[in-house]
Ligand binder design. Sequence first.
Ligand SMILES: C[S@@+](CC[C@H](N)C(=O)[O-])C[C@H]1O[C@@H](n2cnc3c(N)ncnc32)[C@H](O)[C@@H]1O
Length: 113
Amino acid sequence: MSTQTAPKSIYTLNAGGAPSAEVNRLNKQQSMIQLVCPNIPPSVLAQLPPSPAIADVATGSAIWLLEVSTTLPSTAVLDGFDMGVAQFPSAESLPANVTLRVQNALDELPEEF
Ligand SMILES: C[S@@+](CC[C@H](N)C(=O)[O-])C[C@H]1O[C@@H](n2cnc3c(N)ncnc32)[C@H](O)[C@@H]1O
Protein backbone atom coordinates (compact mmCIF):
# COMPACT_ATOMS: atom_id res chain seq x y z
CA MET A 1 0.00 0.00 0.00
CA SER A 2 1.18 3.50 -0.74
CA THR A 3 2.37 5.66 2.14
CA GLN A 4 1.43 8.83 0.29
CA THR A 5 -1.50 10.83 1.55
CA ALA A 6 -4.34 11.82 -0.74
CA PRO A 7 -4.54 15.39 -2.00
CA LYS A 8 -7.10 17.64 -0.33
CA SER A 9 -10.43 16.64 -1.76
CA ILE A 10 -14.15 16.62 -1.20
CA TYR A 11 -13.79 12.93 -0.30
CA THR A 12 -13.42 13.62 3.40
CA LEU A 13 -12.87 9.98 4.39
CA ASN A 14 -9.37 10.32 2.90
CA ALA A 15 -8.60 13.09 5.36
CA GLY A 16 -7.23 12.76 8.84
CA GLY A 17 -6.46 9.13 9.71
CA ALA A 18 -3.91 6.81 8.21
CA PRO A 19 -4.79 5.74 4.64
CA SER A 20 -4.89 2.14 5.88
CA ALA A 21 -7.96 2.91 8.01
CA GLU A 22 -9.96 3.89 4.93
CA VAL A 23 -8.54 0.94 2.95
CA ASN A 24 -9.72 -1.40 5.70
CA ARG A 25 -13.15 0.22 5.70
CA LEU A 26 -13.50 -0.06 1.92
CA ASN A 27 -12.36 -3.68 1.88
CA LYS A 28 -14.79 -4.62 4.67
CA GLN A 29 -17.56 -2.79 2.85
CA GLN A 30 -16.77 -4.80 -0.29
CA SER A 31 -17.03 -8.07 1.70
CA MET A 32 -20.45 -7.02 2.94
CA ILE A 33 -21.70 -5.98 -0.50
CA GLN A 34 -20.52 -9.35 -1.82
CA LEU A 35 -22.98 -11.06 0.52
CA VAL A 36 -25.94 -9.53 -1.28
CA CYS A 37 -24.72 -8.64 -4.74
CA PRO A 38 -22.27 -10.20 -7.20
CA ASN A 39 -19.37 -8.06 -8.41
CA ILE A 40 -20.73 -8.25 -11.94
CA PRO A 41 -24.41 -9.15 -12.40
CA PRO A 42 -24.79 -12.44 -14.33
CA SER A 43 -26.76 -10.71 -17.10
CA VAL A 44 -23.84 -8.31 -17.67
CA LEU A 45 -21.22 -11.04 -17.32
CA ALA A 46 -22.96 -13.06 -20.03
CA GLN A 47 -22.63 -10.17 -22.50
CA LEU A 48 -18.97 -9.33 -21.93
CA PRO A 49 -16.60 -9.94 -24.84
CA PRO A 50 -13.80 -12.51 -24.33
CA SER A 51 -11.30 -9.75 -23.47
CA PRO A 52 -13.33 -7.00 -21.83
CA ALA A 53 -11.84 -3.59 -21.03
CA ILE A 54 -13.20 -2.23 -17.75
CA ALA A 55 -12.62 1.17 -16.16
CA ASP A 56 -13.22 1.36 -12.40
CA VAL A 57 -13.61 5.08 -11.77
CA ALA A 58 -12.95 6.18 -8.17
CA THR A 59 -11.40 2.77 -7.53
CA GLY A 60 -10.18 3.54 -3.99
CA SER A 61 -8.29 0.45 -2.76
CA ALA A 62 -9.13 -1.26 -6.08
CA ILE A 63 -10.72 -4.09 -4.15
CA TRP A 64 -13.58 -4.49 -6.63
CA LEU A 65 -11.20 -4.49 -9.61
CA LEU A 66 -8.92 -7.03 -7.92
CA GLU A 67 -11.82 -9.35 -7.16
CA VAL A 68 -13.14 -9.01 -10.70
CA SER A 69 -9.67 -9.87 -12.02
CA THR A 70 -9.96 -13.31 -10.44
CA THR A 71 -13.15 -14.15 -12.33
CA LEU A 72 -12.38 -12.68 -15.77
CA PRO A 73 -9.89 -14.02 -18.33
CA SER A 74 -6.31 -12.81 -17.88
CA THR A 75 -6.73 -11.05 -21.24
CA ALA A 76 -9.24 -8.62 -19.68
CA VAL A 77 -7.86 -5.07 -19.48
CA LEU A 78 -8.67 -3.66 -16.05
CA ASP A 79 -7.93 0.00 -15.36
CA GLY A 80 -8.60 1.67 -12.03
CA PHE A 81 -8.70 5.46 -11.68
CA ASP A 82 -8.71 7.55 -8.54
CA MET A 83 -7.85 11.14 -7.72
CA GLY A 84 -5.35 9.96 -5.09
CA VAL A 85 -2.93 7.09 -4.61
CA ALA A 86 -3.29 6.83 -0.82
CA GLN A 87 -5.50 3.74 -1.00
CA PHE A 88 -3.77 2.04 -3.94
CA PRO A 89 -2.11 -1.31 -3.28
CA SER A 90 1.53 -1.45 -4.37
CA ALA A 91 2.03 -1.72 -8.13
CA GLU A 92 4.08 -4.92 -7.61
CA SER A 93 1.12 -6.64 -5.94
CA LEU A 94 -1.21 -6.09 -8.90
CA PRO A 95 -2.06 -8.78 -11.45
CA ALA A 96 -0.47 -8.09 -14.85
CA ASN A 97 -3.77 -7.00 -16.37
CA VAL A 98 -4.65 -4.47 -13.63
CA THR A 99 -3.33 -0.89 -13.84
CA LEU A 100 -4.07 1.90 -11.38
CA ARG A 101 -3.76 5.55 -12.36
CA VAL A 102 -4.24 8.91 -10.74
CA GLN A 103 -7.10 10.62 -12.56
CA ASN A 104 -9.70 13.11 -11.47
CA ALA A 105 -12.97 11.85 -12.93
CA LEU A 106 -14.00 15.43 -13.57
CA ASP A 107 -11.04 15.99 -15.90
CA GLU A 108 -10.76 14.78 -19.47
CA LEU A 109 -9.25 11.32 -19.78
CA PRO A 110 -5.93 10.91 -21.62
CA GLU A 111 -6.37 10.19 -25.32
CA GLU A 112 -5.49 6.49 -24.96
CA PHE A 113 -8.83 5.98 -23.23
C1 LIG B 1 -16.11 5.42 -1.20
S1 LIG B 1 -14.55 5.34 -2.06
C2 LIG B 1 -15.02 4.07 -3.18
C3 LIG B 1 -13.89 3.18 -3.57
C4 LIG B 1 -14.30 1.97 -4.39
N1 LIG B 1 -15.05 2.32 -5.58
C5 LIG B 1 -15.05 0.97 -3.55
O1 LIG B 1 -16.27 0.82 -3.76
O2 LIG B 1 -14.43 0.33 -2.69
C6 LIG B 1 -14.61 6.76 -3.09
C7 LIG B 1 -13.33 7.04 -3.88
O3 LIG B 1 -13.62 8.04 -4.84
C8 LIG B 1 -12.45 8.81 -5.03
N2 LIG B 1 -12.87 10.05 -5.69
C9 LIG B 1 -13.69 11.02 -5.21
N3 LIG B 1 -13.86 12.00 -6.11
C10 LIG B 1 -13.13 11.64 -7.21
C11 LIG B 1 -12.90 12.24 -8.47
N4 LIG B 1 -13.42 13.41 -8.80
N5 LIG B 1 -12.10 11.60 -9.35
C12 LIG B 1 -11.51 10.41 -9.03
N6 LIG B 1 -11.70 9.79 -7.84
C13 LIG B 1 -12.50 10.40 -6.94
C14 LIG B 1 -11.89 8.96 -3.63
O4 LIG B 1 -10.52 9.29 -3.65
C15 LIG B 1 -12.17 7.56 -3.06
O5 LIG B 1 -11.05 6.71 -3.23
